[in-house]
Design a protein around this ligand. Structure first.
Ligand code: SAH
Ligand code: SF4
Length: 359
């Protein structure tokens, strides 16, 4: 059994079932997430015998292999092979203060599923079928193993890698619970962002967590007509239903919402779209994050996917100003790792991983 699969209460329960006191569970939890031991034999607060017993039946290792590719911009794409041979990707993005040249934060973009079932027309992961949900330990280990490999602290985590996190709700919620547990100083809930294409029932559940994370909504359209075409999930929960869930999330959590929006040339980047986006933005404290459309031509898109072209960078800047003029708050996302197919929406285990280096 992998011990990174248990939240604190479950560990206490596990120890209790084995006639071990709760304080041992607390020692283990602290060793795993405060001291961040990378192997069980380093848990020095445990007597030798208990450690040996633990090691005989448990592990904290999630991956068989880890490869990485470094981008010219400093971001690093990791490819993990799991015990069943399936693979996932995560992307490390260091941010620097330009004036001071100091490293101000390290964001890690992690995966929640192998593939994705949702078929958004602009996303390379959407061209893969869903193979399976990640276990909690596979979510947590992406963070801890990369911290260990780079010998640095990851300050922010975004669930924006492969998969739809809110269709793997149980494991994502458990991972958030572990990462934000008061017994560890791993991460504040404000440093974790869960991005969803709009799985309304899970947004409602997540709003009731004791330490809910930040919510990002992949919007990409301001009319149901267009959103239906590029994001089939809109047929299940349309923009009105989604906005009501978002409003409820804000009311319960008091965390500002982010709307992610890819401007597609001539399709969703008109002045009317800017007006509607500003209106959406004013419903609860939130901001629009414009994401330049990253190339996914390696997936050989057909149908509507083939007609989606990025708005020019000049148009994106203009569009941002139009949204501002109507009263919306907007930022334009920096792109990381496009030279190694690590940018948003490009994670699809392209066979071009051949240039990766074994870690
Ligand atoms: N399934 C979740 C999280 C993973 S996708 C979601 O859809 O929100 C992370 C972000 O990348 C989402 O906002 C998604 O819409 C965006 N994205 C997908 N394909 C993209 C592409 N080709 N270019 C730019 N962003 C893309
Ligand atoms: Fe899945 Fe998100 Fe890609 Fe849509 S954008 S296919 S939900 S990973």
């Amino acid at each position: 059994m992998n011990l990174r699969n248990f939240d604190y209460d479950e560990l206490v329960q596990l120890f209790n079932n084995n006639d071990l006191p709760a304080y041992r569970a607390e020692q283990l939890f602290t060793a795993l997430y405060s001291n961040k031991v990378d192997s069980l034999d380093k848990i020095t607060t445990f007597p030798k015998e208990l450690r040996a017993d633990l090691m005989a039946h448990h592990t904290i290792k999630s991956f068989k292999a880890m490869k990485k590719q470094v981008s010219v911009d400093g971001s690093i794409k990791y490819l993990f092979t799991m015990e069943d041979g399936k693979s996932i990707e995560a992307v490390f993005m260091p941010w620097y203060d330009d004036a001071e040249k100091t490293n101000i934060r390290n964001t890690l973009c992690i995966s929640s599923q192998v593939g994705c079932s949702l078929d958004c027309k602009f996303c390379a992961t959407g061209t893969m079928d869903l193979e399976r949900n990640l276990e909690t330990h596979e979510i947590i280990s992406q963070i801890l193993d990369i911290e260990h490999d780079l010998n640095t602290k990851i300050t922010n985590v975004v669930f924006m890698g492969m998969g739809e996190p809110l269709l793997n709700y149980k494991n994502v919620a458990r991972a958030v619970n572990i990462l934000t547990h008061p017994l560890t100083d791993l991460m504040s809930r404000r440093k974790i962002t869960v991005s969803t294409s709009g799985v309304v029932p899970s947004i409602k559940k997540m709003a009731n967590l004791s330490r809910p994370p930040k919510l990002a909504i992949s919007l990409h359209g301001t009319t149901n007509g267009f959103r239906d075409k590029i994001m089939p999930i809109n047929l299940k929960a349309d923009i009105t239903v989604l906005m009501n869930a978002v409003e409820d999330y804000y009311r319960k959590t008091k965390l500002n919402i982010t709307y992610e929006y890819i401007p597609f040339d001539g399709m969703n980047d008109t002045i009317e779209d800017a007006k509607r986006l500003a209106k959406i933005c004013k419903r609860v404290p939130s901001r629009i994050n414009l994401i330049p459309f990253n190339d996914i031509s390696f997936t050989e898109p057909t149908g509507i996917a083939e007609t989606l072209k990025p708005s020019s960078s000049e148009r994106i800047i203009e569009f941002a100003n139009e949204i501002r003029k109507f009263g919306g708050i907007v930022t334009i996302r920096d792109t990381f790792g496009s030279d190694i197919d690590a940018a948003c929406g490009q994670l699809a285990l392209s066979t071009r991983n051949s240039t990766s280096e074994e870690v």
